[in-house]
Ligand binder design. Structure first.
Ligand SMILES: [Zn+2]
Length: 218
């Protein structure tokens, strides 16, 4: 009997540990939540505009005139560090564009090491299924949007910054599968919940004839 109890306890512990690991981004979320922030309700999510295609956030729509100084997973990086090809601070103040139609979840100071952070949530259709993906723009200088605002693909939402003087100007850009506006650690060995931003955008560029985005905004 004792043996059975310890096996049951072992299973219970393993189950709880698995749940804890899956919820880790939620559990480690800062306790301070922007009062302006509210998670979209299922009804609101259903009414989100559907993003037809995704562009790169810096340089041209397909990322020309930029380079990736630290790609996703390198040194446990949870995003891409995108820079203008001039290097150092030559891209300070350059426009950062929304990668697709969506709604701003968060636009505020992300705390030490981050500077200003903008998070946009996008709805899109894949294999007939409606899905959600988050784009995350870190270390930005000026923020040109507010939480709750709808944005269009190619709309300028921020300027490239230095994270409050911590780095040479660059855009820390993440893409995530969860919908909560979690600021995050920037680096983590466990990348579950995070996507390879470059791979995702390349796979969701859409048909060329549908490309009426950033050119329209100019
Ligand atoms: Zn980074």
């Amino acid at each position: 009997m004792k043996k059975i109890m310890s096996i049951v306890a072992g299973f219970a512990f393993a189950f709880l540990a698995t749940v804890a690991i899956r919820l880790w981004p939620e559990l480690t979320r800062p306790k301070h939540v922007d009062p302006a922030f509210r998670l979209p309700s299922p009804l609101e999510l259903a009414l989100f505009p559907t993003a037809a295609r995704f562009d790169f956030p810096l340089g041209s729509e397909n990322g020309a005139m930029t380079y990736n100084a630290q790609p996703f997973t390198k040194n446990h990086h949870l995003g891409d560090d995108l820079n203008g090809i001039g290097g150092e601070d030559s891209d300070l103040g350059d426009p950062i564009y929304a990668i697709a139609d969506g709604r701003v979840l968060l636009a505020r100071d992300g705390g030490p090491g981050w500077g200003n952070v903008v998070i946009v949530l996008h709805a899109y259709i894949e294999n007939g299924e409606r899905k959600y993906v988050q784009s995350y723009y870190g270390h930005v200088e000026a923020m040109l949007v507010h939480a709750g605002e709808d944005v269009r693909r190619g709309q300028q939402i921020a300027e490239v910054g230095t994270g409050g003087g911590h780095y040479f100007a660059h855009l820390h850009f993440e893409m995530r599968e969860f919908i909560t506006p979690f600021i995050g650690p920037g680096y983590r060995a466990d990348t579950r919940g995070w996507l390879d931003p470059t791979a995702f955008i390349k796979a969701h560029r859409g048909a060329p004839e549908d490309d009426v985005g950033r050119a329209r905004m100019r």
